[in-house]
Design a protein around this ligand. Structure first.
Ligand SMILES: CC(C)(COP(=O)(O)OP(=O)(O)OC[C@H]1O[C@@H](n2cnc3c(N)ncnc32)[C@H](O)[C@@H]1OP(=O)(O)O)[C@@H](O)C(=O)NCCC(=O)NCCS
Length: 163
């Protein structure tokens, strides 16, 4: 089994894999992709859609018969290595817990840059309720920002009971 960059001739097989999972095909040709290939057959894929200083990880799929062998992990490693220091965003209804185990966390709306929001996975018919995960940003802020949003209420509550 080999993980290698996606070539134009792989597109039809990749689209078949994605369509079988009802995953979006929009703007796939504008992405940088990697495939898992075994005995000449494409059995997995992942892609990065560049958006300004960030990237969208998308179109992750492994053929059902090949799951559980670490291909998804190896595909993600290839995409994450190419992303380098850029923050990585992922919009998913299906693999949130797996991504959290990989070090992703839920992104707050104000942490999602305009470039990422302009990608095809955010525009059009994609559901706005689908969780967005991120890796490579600082942790959610605490300190003055947290206090300004009402975090001061937590230490203040015991004082309210004493009053
Ligand atoms: C998600 C997917 C790519 C994983 O591929 P894979 O080759 O089986 O992944 P790996 O073998 O590297 O990892 C398997 C691990 O991921 C876990 N996992 C797989 N899918 C999961 C999911 N939807 N939620 C939580 N964990 C999941 C497995 O339980 C397994 O855990 P373990 O290592 O603790 O045993 C594959 O299940 C798939 O193609 N799913 C359908 C398409 C999809 O939902 N893509 C995501 C679009 S954003």
């Amino acid at each position: 089994m080999t993980i290698r960059p996606r070539a134009d001739e792989d597109m039809a097989a990749v689209m078949d894999l994605l369509a079988a999972e009802n995953l979006p095909l929009d703007a796939l040709e504008a992405t940088e992709g990697w495939v898992a290939e075994e005995a000449g057959v494409i059995i997995g894929h992942v892609a990065l859609e560049a958006a300004g200083d960030a990237v969208l990880v998308r179109s992750l799929v492994v053929a059902p018969a090949s799951r559980g062998r670490g291909l998804g992990d190896r595909l993600m490693q290839a995409a994450e290595a190419a992303a380098g220091a850029r923050p990585r965003y992922l919009k998913t209804d299906t693999v949130g817990p797996w991504m959290v185990a990989r070090g992703y966390r839920l992104a707050r709306p104000d942490e999602i840059p305009a470039g990422i929001q302009a990608t095809s996975q955010f525009a059009g018919g994609a559901c706005a309720c689908t969780p967005v995960l991120v890796q490579g940003l600082p942790a959610a802020p605490r300190g003055p920002g947290f206090l300004a949003r009402g975090g001061w209420l937590i230490p203040a509550l015991p004082l309210w009971f004493l009053a």
